[in-house]
Design a protein around this ligand. Structure first.
Ligand code: HEM
Length: 461
């Protein structure tokens, strides 16, 4: 039945749909194809054929957990070299998924989140210190670079009691450099025929092995320090090392702990950094939205030096700015779903057990049937309560879906709302007039080269 699904018109023998596609921008190439081919289409790379879904009806059907589940494929599968059966890359049937999920989920409860708040605030103050100096000197700031410092320090300190010293460094921490290397490599593996990968990517493969080695050494050191300290304050790392499963009494093995530490250090900062960067980009281009958000921060926080945990949740409009940024540029831009048994997708497309498809989230989030005739327009009011209530379920999926959806969603939203609130309250965000949005892809999305000029504003009365 695959032949009924549209595909690009030109196909090069053996290579597949390589015309108009680049190994550097698979997501944006797929977005272009979706605009041409519609809500479901096929791509082919070197004999590997896969189906992408861009339409809301199809994505909603794929959210049915009784018939579909997460598929570990393409980019995510390529990360198994690094993270094995860690939470993000585990196959559904691997016992360590449920074990780690049950042991770590309480680390994301409301109480746990409230406990991270003070540390998140302390890290954000490192950022504003840095931006104050830039503002004083009239300098522009490197937004993605600074957001990555912030989010890496936040997850490292709250989850692992570890300080990477990101703000004291002139260059990114080696963890970040090695991580970007492996994410980029995992993306590029999709763009070559599998049997030829060892040959075509020989140098890159060696570099990747070195990056993985570097990441292992860094996380082994984080674990070693904790063991030497004889335990921390009950953070994620303590859970990984000490907590037994409430029913089975089972614990994570040392090998699995290493995989979870890597998983959380990467998943816990890279996408949040992108989300904050895109939000700051949109705020700088939409002064009316920024004014409204800033007025909310001044009203809710008043002159209080340090906003409390509860005061962050009250920033409803700032949160909508984030939601809308993640609509247009969901920084984890796709997730894959496989059929649990033979089924028919949306009553039209038969799928065999195990067959899978990728949901292309940026296009799902632009489906005019859901978002209206002008889905490219940045408008946080799309997320006010009546608008959200009037939309069908399963139309907004920046954090994936079902049992394997993002465990860190509340963590990311709290951190990002807090930071946007602090930055809006303290600075006017002037765009660099020459900047045109360029999105880089390394499995995740990031606004490449985004710079802004922060200007201090007077403290609110
Ligand atoms: C899973 C997005 C922040 C940890 C996922 C998935 C998405 C996602 C789409 C599902 C992937 C799939 O189906 O293959 C995001 C975005 C974030 C964010 C957009 C920020 C804006 C975080 C944070 C953490 C985290 C802060 C940890 C502190 C994880 C983990 C999984 C996951 C461990 C795997 C869950 C499982 O399979 O059980 N995330 N995430 N993420 N995320 Fe996030």
């Amino acid at each position: 039945e695959l032949h009924r699904i549209p595909r690009p018109p030109y196909r090069v023998p053996l290579a597949g749909d390589v015309i108009g596609s680049s190994k550097d921008t698979p997501v944006q190439d797929s977005m272009r194809l979706a605009r041409r081919l519609g809500p479901i289409f096929r791509r082919n790379a070197f004999g590997k054929e896969f189906v992408l879904v861009a339409g809301a009806d199809l994505a909603a059907d794929l959210a049915d957990e009784a018939r579909f589940a997460k598929h570990v494929g393409l980019g995510v599968a390529n990360l198994r070299q690094l993270a094995g059966d860690g939470l993000f890359t585990a196959y559904n049937h691997e016992p360590n998924w449920q074990l780690a999920h049950d042991v770590l989920a309480p680390g994301f409860s409301r109480e746990a989140m409230a406990g991270y708040h003070t540390m998140m605030l302390a890290v954000a103050e490192r950022l504003t210190g840095h931006w104050d100096r830039a503002a004083g000197a009239g300098r522009a700031v490197d937004v993605p670079g600074d957001m990555t410092k912030l989010t890496l320090e936040t997850i490292a300190r709250t989850g692992f009691g570890h300080d990477f010293g990101s703000f004291e460094r002139s260059r990114p921490h080696p963890f970040v450099t090695a991580m970007i290397g492996t994410l980029d490599y995992a993306q590029r593996l999709n763009a070559v025929p599998a049997p030829l990968a060892p040959l075509l990517l020989r140098r890159a493969g060696r570099r990747n092995a070195a990056d993985i080695g570097r990441l292992h050494r860094i996380v082994d050191e984080v674990v070693r320090i904790r063991r030497a300290d004889g335990g921390g304050e009950g953070d994620l790392l303590d859970r990984m090392l000490d907590t037994a499963h409430p029913d089975s009494g089972e614990r994570l093995s040392p090998e699995n702990v290493r995989r979870q530490v890597i998983t959380f250090l990467i998943a816990g900062h890279e996408t949040t950094s992108g989300a904050l960067s895109f939000a700051l980009h949109f705020l700088s281009l939409n002064p009316g939205v920024a004014d409204r958000a800033r007025a909310e921060v001044d009203r809710v926080w008043g002159g209080s030096a340090a906003p409390g945990y509860e005061q962050v949740a009250k920033l409803r409009y700032v949160r909508r700015v984030l939601d809308e940024s993640l609509r247009l540029w969901p920084t984890a831009p796709a997730y894959a779903r496989e059929a649990r048994a033979d089924t028919v997708l949306a009553g039209e497309h038969p799928m065999r057990r195990g067959a899978w498809t990728m949901v292309l989230t940026p296009m799902l989030h632009r489906d005019p049937a859901v978002w209206g005739p002008d889905p490219e327009r940045f408008d946080p009011d799309r997320f006010d309560a009546p608008a959200v209530r009037s939309r069908p379920p399963h139309t907004y999926k920046p954090f994936g879906t079902g049992a394997r959806a993002c465990i860190g969603r509340q963590f990311a939203l709290h951190e990002a709302t807090l930071v946007l609130g602090l930055l809006l309250r303290r600075y006017e965000l002037r765009p660099d007039p020459g900047y045109r949005l360029r999105v880089t892809e390394r499995l995740t999305l990031m606004p490449e080269g985004l710079r802004l000029r922060p200007e201090r504003r007077p403290a609110p009365a």
